[in-house]
Ligand binder design. Structure first.
Ligand SMILES: Cc1cc2nc3c(=O)[nH]c(=O)nc-3n(C[C@H](O)[C@H](O)[C@H](O)COP(=O)(O)O)c2cc1C
Length: 264
């Protein structure tokens, strides 16, 4: 499947089959995809604790419970706790030296490159190290890694859903992680119980509202021919809600024994 179609078919899959375990190699493949994503200064602050419902202790499963992430967490065979470790920023100078040594950063004679790095770049980063640990760049890069893992999961036939939580600190403590860590989100993983369309392409803001060209007050012109090509390539699919969606939601709720509104 071409990348365009993969992007078009990926959905947040909230309904998964609780009784089908997810193979460990598939989770490893997701993690391998996350590991090679880009990260500023090649710092690699993205970390993950993978919780398999089958084998994790009650203490660990309990630690995941948080008000905003209820039922999805309970039915998923696997939950990936994506977090970042700000301690990775302390090793940033070494990551830069490594980049330089392998020819990924700078140019010119190696000894001169190295001297320039030590003289110019490293002191700058050293002076702002603590601010570089604050929420911002690291989260963006972790997001890139999580996105690569998400696309990989799709390719492996898995459904995933990211779950944000305001209880990141409680979860971190419950899982025994040090204070240098920040929980980014929980991602449920399982085999989809819903059709891949999951009710259709979820609504998005108008293109022109989101993107500008050359000037802030000038929307990026959206070429209909490009849109048409992407539709042909299946990056754009039928918009939600598809006519059968309400029936599908009722079916899923009953099949999975879910109650209430399913919002929390
Ligand atoms: C960082 C992040 C956090 C999210 N948190 C939640 C959540 O707590 N609960 C939930 O049901 N969906 C959550 N989602 C899924 C979004 O609601 C979903 O991406 C959006 O509705 C669009 O649907 P789509 O991903 O299928 O295109 C989250 C998505 C992201 C990227």
């Amino acid at each position: 499947m071409e990348l365009r179609e993969v992007i078009g078919r990926r959905r947040s899959i909230r309904f998964v089959r609780p009784y089908v375990p997810v193979e460990r190699w598939k989770i490893q493949t997701m993690l391998e995809a996350a590991r090679i994503a880009s990260h500023w200064g090649n710092v690699q602050s993205l970390r993950a604790l993978v919780v398999f419902r089958e084998s994790a202790s009650e203490t660990v499963l309990k630690a995941l419970e948080a008000p905003i992430v209820g039922w999805q967490l309970r039915i998923a065979p696997v939950v990936i706790v994506w977090y970042l470790d700000t301690a990775a920023v302390d090793e940033q100078s070494d990551r830069l030296r490594q980049l330089l040594d392998v020819g990924a950063l700078g140019f010119g004679p190696p000894e001169e490159r190295r001297a320039a790095l030590e003289r110019q770049l490293i002191p700058i980063f050293d002076s702002i190290r603590e601010s570089l640990k604050q929420p911002g760049l690291n989260e963006i890069d972790c997001g890139q890694g999580i996105a690569q893992a998400t696309l990989m999961a799709f390719e492996l036939g898995l459904g995933t859903c990211c779950l944000g939580t305001p209880n990141g600190d409680d979860i971190r403590r419950g899982l025994g992680m040090p204070e240098t860590c920040r929980v980014i989100l929980l991602q449920t993983v399982g085999y989809p119980a819903e059709h891949w369309e999951a009710g259709g392409q979820r609504p998005r803001q108008p293109f022109e509202r989101l993107f500008q060209m050359d000037r802030y007050d000038q929307p990026f012109p959206r070429d209909p021919a490009v849109v048409e090509e992407l539709r042909r390539d299946k990056m754009f699919t039928a918009p939600a809600p598809l006519p059968y969606r309400e029936a599908e939601l009722r079916f899923l709720r009953d099949a999975l024994g879910l109650k209430g509104t399913g919002l929390l």
